[in-house]
Design a protein around this ligand. Structure first.
Ligand code: TGC
Length: 424
């Protein structure tokens, strides 16, 4: 970014009273090591407003200061840094795209830029913001009663409480319509309590959450329930020995006769459309987030290749390295353009679910290839946590799997293109 551009961003940060002191390095596009300018090969920044650039600089600075210096240790010890939760809340990054109820009311593009910067730190941090904002808070915002919104959203927005989203089951992943978790009325009439029995798997943050959105079959089809995790019969157990998302928590949930009052049900969610409308939000964030992992891996490989001498010259001076770097830079540029285009469509209220599938499928697929390619430039050093690409590539194995696998998004596009559903 130019000196003038940097000044413009710094002024906008001040004007917006963004609650974070943005370093000069972030506004100039340098990373926290101060040794590299973030490459913008085709000047995508020129497509962003000063407000958007300032917002991005704020999140980038937070990640450079609070995430990047610590992430290797958290990943190594499989620790989710729960202390970051209220900080993310203070920055308005939880449910940032939602209006009212203490939420920041930012645009879809802002939400995407934040997802990108958070995932450039680590997917575990972006995943937390996605689960909290896009899944849990969106479920309440879209489908909840006024009383439910007032009760839960302000505290979720500040990070005072953590939420989780229970859709996937041990035997119902790509096919959530096959869920066996069941909610029954305990008695007749609309005021009767609900009793929920079943199991959920791969549920992010469940063991540290105070609130769970639980999707369950009822006599009236699939419905959503707001279940405080302290309710008797609710247990959440972290899944151990993961090779991906190690700085995050995913859990098995068991629901054993969990009793909740009638008003715990989300009144506006009926059928699979209810959870799918929330998944749209989270899938959209992944389109941007995956490019953050790719960009950070590219940056690590580029920096290394300029410094690492072999056979008497820097790796960056070899044609094979340049080919890898050029291909990565082109793929990041196209992935970013796709994300921005879809973000502008979303802000215009025109984004369709199959278009989200285009973005999630392409950007996850490209990002994982970029991270793996970046690792090859780092040689043996690339298999350690001293460098980010292999960590990002491992995370992306989960990212390409959750919120609809590559295969599911391919078939959503197949259905859109041909008019024939080939899921079963
Ligand atoms: P299908 O008949 O296609 O749809 C059922 C109803 O849902 C509607 N619908 C959507 N509505 C809004 N947005 C979308 N993207 C929608 N997709 C479908 C549809 O219109 C219909 O509505 P209605 O009113 O006519 O009933 O249902 P299907 O079961 O045949 O769908 C097939 C398929 C494969 C596309 C779908 O099942 C699917 O997307 N599967 C993938 C499931 C998935 O993404 N699971 C992720 C679980 S959550 C998660 O991973 C959390 S990770 C974060 C963490 O906790 O850490």
């Amino acid at each position: 970014m130019t000196r003038n551009g940097s000044n413009r961003v710094a002024q906008t940060v001040q004007a917006l009273r963004i609650p974070w002191k943005v370093s000069a390095a972030a506004t100039k596009g340098q990373n926290h090591m101060g040794d590299s300018t973030i490459l913008d090969l085709i000047d995508i920044d020129s497509l962003l407003s000063a407000d958007e650039l300032a917002y991005r600089a704020m999140v980038r600075d937070f990640v450079d200061t609070r995430v990047k210096p610590n992430i290797a240790g958290w990943y190594d010890t499989a620790t989710f840094p729960v202390e970051l939760v209220p900080e993310l809340g203070r920055l308005g990054l939880l449910g940032s795209h939602l209006q009212g109820y203490g939420c920041a009311g930012r645009s879809a593009v802002d939400y995407g830029l934040a997802a990108l910067e958070l995932e450039a730190g680590d997917s575990g941090i972006r995943t937390f913001a996605s689960v909290q904002g896009s899944l849990v808070m969106s479920a309440i915002h879209k489908h909840g009663s006024e009383a439910q919104k007032l009760e839960w959203l302000p505290r979720l927005a500040t990070g005072e409480i953590i939420g989780c989203f229970g859709l996937t089951e041990p035997t119902a992943g790509s096919d959530p319509g096959a869920m066996t978790t069941y909610a029954r009325r305990d008695g007749a009439g609309p005021d009767a309590d609900w009793i929920i029995d079943g199991a959920k798997r791969w549920i992010g943050l469940a063991s540290v959450a105070q609130l769970a959105v639980i999707w369950a079959m009822t006599d009236d089809g699939i419905r959503g329930f707001l279940v405080p995790t302290a309710t008797p019969g609710f247990t959440a157990t972290p899944i151990a020995q993961k090779l991906s998302m190690r700085a995050s928590i995913q859990c098995d949930i068991h629901l054993d006769g969990v009793r909740v009052p009638a008003e715990a049900m989300l009144p506006e969610a009926r059928g699979l459309r209810g959870p799918f409308e929330c998944l749209n939000e989270a899938r959209y964030g992944i389109i941007w987030g995956s490019m953050g992992a790719a960009r950070d891996s590219f940056q690590a490989a580029l920096d290394y290749s300029k410094k690492r001498l072999q056979f008497g010259k820097p790796l960056a001076g070899y044609q094979l390295t340049q080919q890898k770097l050029a291909n990565m830079a082109v793929d990041i540029s196209t992935g970013m353009l796709l994300a921005l285009h879809l973000g502008r469509l979303k802000d215009a209220g025109r984004l369709q679910p199959h278009q989200i599938s285009v973005g999630k499928l392409n950007n996850c697929r490209e990002a994982i290839l970029i991270c793996r390619e970046a690792r090859t430039i780092l040689g043996g050093n690339g298999v350690t946590l001293d460098y980010s690409p292999m960590r990002h590539a491992s995370n992306l194995e989960a990212v390409r799997t959750y919120e609809g696998t590559d295969e599911v998004h391919t078939l959503i596009l197949g259905r859109e293109i041909t008019g024939i559903a080939a899921f079963s």
